[in-house]
Ligand binder design. Structure first.
Ligand SMILES: NC(=O)c1ccc[n+]([C@@H]2O[C@H](COP(=O)([O-])OP(=O)(O)OC[C@H]3O[C@@H](n4cnc5c(N)ncnc54)[C@H](O)[C@@H]3O)[C@@H](O)[C@H]2O)c1
Ligand SMILES: [Zn+2]
Length: 367
């Protein structure tokens, strides 16, 4: 018998470019965009807190004669599981969605990640449009195509990349978002500002007392500046093999704090804020960042009402938890850090970003 080899050639160029629209009361724009995509049907996936806003959006779709169904799940991070994904997929089947249907992910980052994941696996993949309603989702999670669910072993351990067909950030939704949730988006914004954009840093500083009052212009500018930063990184590194890791500033320590406090006592934004204070201190001690710039960063965080005190957790367990972070490899703890306000240190992408337990424990002494 003759052995044979058959080459399966799969080289392809895909254009998955999309537009992020930012503004006030843009729900009719969403409906007209979706009607141009011309799906066979549509499911708005949302959480239990946002059902009535989602119903209003559904009415806009119905006006465009798009066959729309609404699928909801209990609000909160604890819903970001395979069990909820299964229930969402079953509801998509019972609403008779097909391969030409489209999903609208309407909500915060939990909804974006869960609904995006559902769209990426439903009938091996259908389109998703992201409609973020929390500040965190507007400035961060709705852009970039990362989707996923959590496991008891850790957050976001299964997921996929599915770039949305479009993102519509309607800042009017932020009117109902409590300041405790706004802060989660502000922490990510400060992270973007410190690592990439001193003008964003100044903008946040100039408006630091305004974010608990709704001002559409201020929020639109904030979302726009953040989306410019995030989309530029995603364009360069869609699948997180290089520079996208720079978005991890504050997160190695932040994730460890969240994990050791059981994901309930300290919010993600609060954990990332403390994480930036600790990782910034490590960068100062390694000689990459100045004390003066660290003070500027920390003063801004405090003016936004972040406490930079480490919660009552043992420092050695914090280091152990950092070692098991999904972005650490072979027990090496890597952190990324700024060089000055508005610019990341290129050393973040080299071996200099590996920090020893001793360096971390030394930086933690002042906390
Ligand atoms: N995919 C990514 O690139 C990426 C990036 C960062 C974070 N994330 C994920 O995002 C999630 C966190 O997102 P989040 O902070 O938006 O959490 P969330 O989706 O749980 O929303 C926070 C709370 O605010 C409520 N809410 C949302 N919009 C509202 C509005 N307009 N008015 C009133 N209440 C509103 C929600 O119902 C929820 O109770 C995490 O699971 C995280 O892993 C993903
Ligand atoms: Zn984050």
């Amino acid at each position: 018998m003759k052995n044979t080899k058959i080459q399966v050639s799969l080289k392809q160029e895909l254009d998955s470019s999309y537009t992020i629209s930012i503004g006030e009361s843009i729900s009719c724009e969403i409906a007209s965009f979706v009607s141009q995509v011309n799906p066979s049907s549509l499911a708005i996936i949302t959480d239990s807190n946002l059902v009535s806003s989602a119903e209003s959006l559904a009415n806009e779709f119905e006006k465009e004669e798009i066959n729309t169904s609404l699928i909801s799940f209990p609000a909160g991070e604890s819903s970001k599981t395979l069990a909820t994904l299964e229930s969402v997929l079953e509801q998509m089947l019972s609403h008779k969605l097909d391969r030409k249907s489209c999903v609208v992910a309407f909500g915060g980052g939990v909804t974006g990640d869960l609904a995006g994941f559902a769209a990426s696996v439903f009938m091996r993949g259908i389109s998703v449009v992201q409609v973020p309603t929390s500040l965190l989702a507007m400035v961060d999670s709705s852009v970039g195509g990362k989707t996923g669910v959590d496991f008891k072993q850790g957050k976001n351990l299964a997921g996929s990349f599915l770039q949305p067909k479009a993102v519509f950030a309607d800042v009017s939704y932020l009117k109902t978002l409590p300041y405790s949730e706004i802060k989660n988006g502000l922490a990510e914004s400060v992270k973007h500002a410190v690592m990439f954009d001193s003008s964003l840093f100044s903008m946040i500083r100039n408006n630091s007392s305004q974010f608990n009052l709704f001002d559409a212009n201020i929020f639109s500018e904030l979302v726009e500046k953040n989306c410019i930063i995030k989309s530029a990184l995603v364009e360069k590194d869609e699948f997180e093999n290089s520079n996208r890791v720079l978005l991890n500033y504050g997160h190695t320590v932040g994730h460890a704090i969240e994990s050791l406090t059981g994901y309930s006592k300290v919010s993600h934004g609060e954990a990332v804020a403390i994480g930036m204070a600790v990782e910034g201190r490590i960068a100062v001690e390694k000689g990459f960042f100045s004390e003066a710039d660290l003070n500027l960063q920390n003063s801004l965080l405090k003016s936004l009402d972040f406490s930079l005190k480490l919660p009552k957790i043992s420092r050695t367990s914090l280091v152990e938890s950092m070692k098991s972070d999904k972005k650490s490899t072979g027990g090496n703890i890597k952190i990324v850090f700024p060089e000055k306000i508005g610019k990341y240190s290129p050393e973040s992408l080299s071996n200099s970003s590996i920090v020893s337990e001793k360096e971390i424990l030394s930086a933690l002494q002042v906390f």
